[in-house]
Design a protein around this ligand. Structure first.
Ligand SMILES: Nc1ncnc2c1ncn2[C@@H]1O[C@H](COP(=O)(O)OP(=O)(O)OP(=O)(O)O)[C@@H](O)[C@H]1O
Ligand SMILES: [Mg+2]
Length: 262
């Protein structure tokens, strides 16, 4: 057993399985019984061949989907047993998502895209105007608030997605190939923002095919055939959530991410 206290854990999964039934005898064991513990404030990279279960894992961690069996504790909450409504409540309150294809809404402006998670939480958007502008500022987009996604570069679109992922002040950010569509310089800028968020205490779980991207994480989990095949520790993860820090020197140096307070 590890010596980690359960209150230091962001994620604890035990025997997690996801089976897709394709009719008849045909089924895919996308996750075949995964055990994993992730401490608060760690930065985890998930790697592995196509089809090994990385996105399935991220979707389950993000409460976008439910396991076929097994346990999943997010902090102290047993999410594997929750109803759909409870899942979406946990998702809205604790988790931010960044996807390879940005997943922005084409008809909405930058500012409106950043507001989307608040809208789904039923918040009064007028009260959060300044907060959302601040999130845009954090990712260097204050001068693009009223642009639409097709008027932005790929890197700018991904920064909108990062601002959107931060708007609920989540404890954990999940990223599926966040630099997959970006050139290496723009990708590095996006990764610098993600690293800075981790330094500020956010737990990060990031799926990537790129060794250089994974090298930023504390731990690299290699998946194969729906299981964790092996794990590489790059550097020690913090043992507990770091306290709030002052302005840093990297990306996001203008301000630290503020909790929601209207
Ligand atoms: N909705 C679904 N129905 C049936 N099978 C699925 C479904 N989603 C995923 N699978 C299967 O589950 C396995 C794991 O898929 P997953 O998307 O997690 O892989 P991945 O590791 O993210 O791959 P990639 O690197 O290509 O993104 C694959 O064999 C895939 O075909
Ligand atoms: Mg995938």
């Amino acid at each position: 057993m590890s010596a980690t206290h359960s209150h230091d854990l962001m994620i604890r999964i035990i025997g997690l399985r996801k089976t897709y039934e394709l009719g008849g005898e045909n089924r895919v064991h996308a996750l075949a019984g995964v055990d994993l513990e992730v401490t608060n404030g760690s930065y985890i990279a998930i790697m592995g061949p196509s089809g090994s279960g990385k996105s399935t894992m991220l979707n389950l961690l993000g409460c976008l989907d439910r396991p076929t069996s097994g346990a999943y504790f997010l902090g102290d909450e047993d999410v594997a047993r929750m109803s759909d409504d409870q899942l979406s409540e946990v998702r809205g309150r604790r988790i931010g998502f960044i996807f390879q294809s940005y997943n922005l809404i084409a008809q909405l402006t930058v500012l409106e895209n950043i507001q989307v998670p608040l809208f789904y939480q039923g918040k009064d958007l007028r009260q959060y105007h300044e907060h959302c502008e601040k999130m845009a500022d954090l990712v260097g987009l204050s001068d693009r608030l009223h642009h639409r996604p097709n008027q932005l570069s790929g890197g700018q679109q991904q920064r909108v997605a990062i601002a959107r992922s931060l708007v609920n002040d989540p404890l954990m950010i999940l990223a599926d190939e966040p630099t997959g569509n970006l050139d290496s310089k723009t990708g590095k800028e996006v990764l610098d923002i993600i690293s800075e968020l981790n330094r500020q205490g956010k737990t990060i779980v990031l799926v990537t095919h790129d060794d250089k991207v994974a090298a930023r994480a504390h731990r690299i989990i290699h998946m194969k055939d729906g299981l964790i095949d092996r794990e590489v520790v790059n550097r020690p993860a913090p043992t507990s959530r770091p306290s709030t820090r002052g302005p840093g020197t990297g990306a996001l140096s203008a301000a630290t991410v503020q909790p929601l307070n209207p």
